[in-house]
Design a protein around this ligand. Structure first.
Ligand SMILES: NC(=O)c1ccc[n+]([C@@H]2O[C@H](COP(=O)([O-])OP(=O)(O)OC[C@H]3O[C@@H](n4cnc5c(N)ncnc54)[C@H](O)[C@@H]3O)[C@@H](O)[C@H]2O)c1
Ligand SMILES: O=C(O)[C@H](O)[C@H](O)COP(=O)(O)O
Length: 373
């Protein structure tokens, strides 16, 4: 039995070796010759999985240890009887922390978020967590998810155009889809841009092609969009430096890069392969995640507004501006920056004290997912 795996999948080495020969290759380099004799393939987003990679190969199962699946030709896999899976929800807590850190930056450097309106486009694993971040910061939250609205009678869907008109901050959390009635490619386009409230903030951490970059530049230049934050880009890793320079925050597709998120993705991949090939690893989890020297926080006792205390707690766990600096300093090294990402742990891994006497702050910290002492 042969398994080919992306060499950037943490915690994987040694796990499958008792059951199969495992060959590790950089995701971008995995080609037809590498997978010809393979039974299974474990990838992340940098391997395009389609007919040109797999036709004539022995591959029977493919798993991507990521949330997104737009790098996989799912209809072709299904037509050809190749089992596939992704890792739903694996890094949703990580994107939640990324957006919370963006909110902290907005709160500290731009405008107070309390009372402002947040529009969440795509309310799945990530979007529903991001809605909680909005609530934690005292925002009014509007939700847009037509596929959910079509099947959930109690889903409070707000039409996209209405959401864009009403929101001070709009954040995208949809999958990239190019066909069908809910296609998301260029969801922000010349027409929808015109619906946006003047002076609003746009955040995209879903996929680059959800927001048409040319239109985003137009929106920024016209003042319709006052601040833009991008984690994902058209044509990654060859990003537009011109656009990067116009952003409040630009990061190299790392919103989902917490250790916790990657570990969850690896666990989903191992468990899927175990079920497919009958290994004894159906409940496998990485044994220990790396920790930082001090993972306890004390809420600031300065007399200041609650959202500032919240913002300070958030950036003590993760400051998105550190990632932005790394990209601004070296935009040509997008993939290298991603490949050498520092240890980041999500909110539930942190313990926070000093909030007990302040029920409102305690509630907000709980919405973010902190362990409160
Ligand atoms: N930047 C990163 O590191 C990072 C990390 C995780 C996920 N992502 C991206 O974010 C996407 C969302 O992740 P998720 O875990 O929440 O996925 P999910 O599948 O749990 O949720 C996606 C939601 O989008 C909704 N949706 C689909 N089409 C829509 C449309 N046209 N308009 C509005 N809503 C629509 C779906 O109904 C679903 O509820 C992923 O597909 C991935 O591309 C990026
Ligand atoms: O889809 C996902 O899960 C995220 O975009 C994830 O961060 C992608 O990571 P990559 O496979 O590009 O390392």
């Amino acid at each position: 039995m042969l398994i080919v795996a992306d060499d950037k999948i943490p915690f994987l080495k040694g796990v499958l070796e008792p059951y199969a020969r495992v060959v590790y290759i950089p995701g971008i380099d995995i080609g037809p010759e590498d997978v010809k004799e393979a039974d299974g393939l474990i990838i992340r987003t940098r391997t395009k999985v389609d007919k040109s990679l797999l036709e004539g190969s022995n591959v029977k199962a493919v798993v991507s240890s990521t949330i997104g699946t737009d790098h996989m030709d799912l209809p072709w896999l299904e037509e050809n009887g190749i089992a596939w899976a992704n890792a739903p929800g694996c890094n949703s807590g990580s994107v939640k922390q990324y957006v919370a850190s963006v909110f902290a930056a907005l709160e500290m450097d731009y405008f107070p978020l309390r009372g402002k309106t947040l529009g969440v486009v795509g309310v799945g694993n990530v979007g529903s967590k991001v809605a909680k971040v909005g609530e934690a910061f005292g925002m009014k939250v509007l939700l847009n998810d037509p596929p959910r609205a079509a099947v959930e009678t109690d889903f409070r869907n707000v039409d996209l155009n209405v959401l864009l008109q009403m929101s001070d901050v709009v954040t995208f959390h949809v999958p990239l889809t190019r066909d069908g009635m809910y296609a998301t490619e260029y969801l922000l386009n010349d027409t929808t841009l015109m619906m946006m409230k003047r002076g609003s903030v746009l955040i995209n951490s879903s996929r680059g092609e959800v927001v048409e970059q040319r239109v985003l530049m137009k929106g920024i230049s016209s003042g319709l969009i006052d601040r833009a934050i991008l984690d994902v880009w058209e044509h990654e890793p060859d990003i537009s430096v011109e656009l990067l320079e116009r952003l409040m925050i630009g990061t190299p597709h790392v919103a989902g890069y917490s250790v916790d998120g990657k570990a969850n993705g690896t666990a989903a991949a191992v468990q899927f392969m175990s079920r497919q090939f009958g290994f004894d690893l159906d409940n496998w989890q990485p044994s220990e995640l790396p920790v930082l020297d001090d993972m306890s926080l004390i809420v600031s006792d300065v007399d200041e507004r609650l959202n500032l205390k919240l913002a300070k707690a958030v950036i003590s766990t993760y400051d998105v501006k550190d990632d932005a600096i790394r990209l601004v300093e070296d935009p040509g090294n997008f993939e290298t920056i991603r490949g050498n990402y520092p240890v980041r742990r999500e909110f539930p891994a942190w313990t926070i004290s000093g909030a007990k006497e302040n029920p409102e702050l305690k509630k907000s910290l709980s919405l973010l997912g902190f362990k409160i002492q």
